[in-house]
Design a binder for this molecule. Sequence first.
Ligand SMILES: C[S@@+](CC[C@H](N)C(=O)[O-])C[C@H]1O[C@@H](n2cnc3c(N)ncnc32)[C@H](O)[C@@H]1O
Length: 309
Amino acid sequence: MVNEYHTPVLVEETLTFLQPKPQEIYVDGTLGGGGHAEQILMHCGPDGRLIGFDQDDDALATARERLTPFGGRVIYRKGNFSTLGAALEELGIAKINGLFLDLGVSSHHLDDAERGFSFQGDARLDMRMDRGQPLDAWRVVNTYSPEALAGIFWTFGEERYAKHIIRELLRVREVRTIDTTSDLAAIVESAVGAQFVKKTLARIFQAIRIEVNRELEHLSSVLRQGIDSLETGGRIVVISYHSLEDRIVKDFFRDEARTAIPSGHKLIPDTPVQPRARLLTRKPVEASPAECGRNPRARSAKLRAAERI
Ligand SMILES: C[S@@+](CC[C@H](N)C(=O)[O-])C[C@H]1O[C@@H](n2cnc3c(N)ncnc32)[C@H](O)[C@@H]1O
């Protein structure tokens, strides 16, 4: 059951950049099935520690089972990784040596049709990683204004047929609610036609999922808290799966590594600043063809890393 939950991607590369060592403290913000966490713990043995977050109860239960052999070296936190700073304070931990994030949903989320993440199954529109939160996909689809939906489909899905899809959604909403993933998929198909429907559905479902889970806001927040919490020489390693996430990570690392803030005018000098990070990856690291062959999910993975200086 543990191995079927989620196959971790870029494991060797993660270890290369994170460099786990004994006696040190690491945070895995996205435990999932615990695959990366297990490797980090093996490499920082016998006494390195790991604080593992996940906002999903299923993930936490699976990770707990897998990481049982590491006993008290693991601290589990049910909750959003954007509570990192508060969690460390509560635990009395002043500094950490590494932060690892493997963003997005796990294969388990997509495979478990009941969770409503996949347009291939049929389930209530849900898409919450944390099933305790009130906002779900049903609410987004049935109650958001046309302007708000357009913002989401455009910003998070880069969906050029957004207008057509929203027009169709509103037409249906006038007579009934849109309750299931297949219901939504049929509406999207009737708006864009069968030819391009799969890619459009992928973008629309992604956009709604990002909104429901506030994925980009939490990512920006944890990066800021992560760099503040890192010991000198500590590292942040992030694996992302779509361009919006990757851009946030890339821009954040670039800003933290810069030595001056550009004035934007050639007659006004740039303002020198003390950089807090050193880039370890100028370009994102991607999975090898062999890994992509074994695990299709690895195809979109991009790893970036930086070191606190
Ligand atoms: C790609 S999976 C991680 C897989 C994991 N590295 C492994 O080896 O099995 C992402 C996990 O992070 C969790 N997650 C995503 N965003 C989160 C957030 N903001 N806070 C806490 N957990 C989050 C999801 O619930 C999911 O279980």
